[in-house]
Design a binder for this molecule. Structure first.
Ligand SMILES: [Zn+2]
Length: 198
């Protein structure tokens, strides 16, 4: 079995690679090269592949031992992301319509402009970064015995208030109350993890 470090690097590289593809799709929809429906379909495919890939890396690099329950986690996470993606796509469509109609943005008093490429790219990449939660969950649940005690551990990065509050929380491997990036202010930027209490 590859080391945790290697799996983590591979998972990170995968997220970065897919994030770049997502950014590309967003740039294309911004330029009108993809229509919003095509964008949404492409993004859904990438979200799903990435979520599956994160479960595999979180396991041991293979599908062996991934359970029905694990695939249920992946499926639910995909549906959550698809719902965000619906909102994102609707925002793009709505903004294009407002800009075309020459509507005035009440916040600025100026006409609406379509979203910038940078905005679209950043927002699209969130779907790749969000997949770390799936990786961490599968890694944690498959990482040892059910009864092991694990502690919420801050990464070397900066921390949001929620992660600081969680710092030092101890839970059994089979009853982890919350996952990195889930319910935290830092959201997809969370780098925290559950580690074995020594
Ligand atoms: Zn965090």
């Amino acid at each position: 079995m590859p080391s945790r470090e290697r799996l983590e690097q591979a998972a990170e590289q995968w997220r970065v690679g897919v994030g770049d593809q997502m950014a590309f799709a967003a740039r294309m929809v911004g330029q009108g090269a993809f229509n919003p429906a095509q964008f949404q379909e492409q993004m859904r495919g990438m979200v799903k592949d990435l979520q599956v890939r994160m479960a595999i890396f979180g396991n041991d690099g293979t599908r062996d031992g991934l359970t029905q329950r694990d695939w249920g986690v992946v499926g639910r996470e995909c549906r959550t992301q698809y719902a965000y993606l619906n909102g994102f796509t609707q925002d793009i469509v709505q903004r294009q319509q407002l800009a075309e109609a020459g509507a005035i943005d009440p916040k600025t008093g100026a006409p609406y402009e379509v979203y910038s490429a940078a905005y679209l790219e950043n927002r699209a990449q969130l779907y790749a970064r969000a997949a770390r939660a799936t990786y961490e969950r599968i890694r944690t649940e498959h990482g040892g015995e059910n009864g092991d005690e694990l502690v919420w551990t801050l990464s070397a990065a900066e921390h949001c208030a929620t992660c600081l509050e969680r710092d030092g929380t101890v839970a059994r491997r089979d009853s982890i109350p919350f996952w990195p990036g889930q319910g935290t202010d830092c959201q997809v930027n969370c780098r925290c993890s559950w580690e074995l209490v020594d």
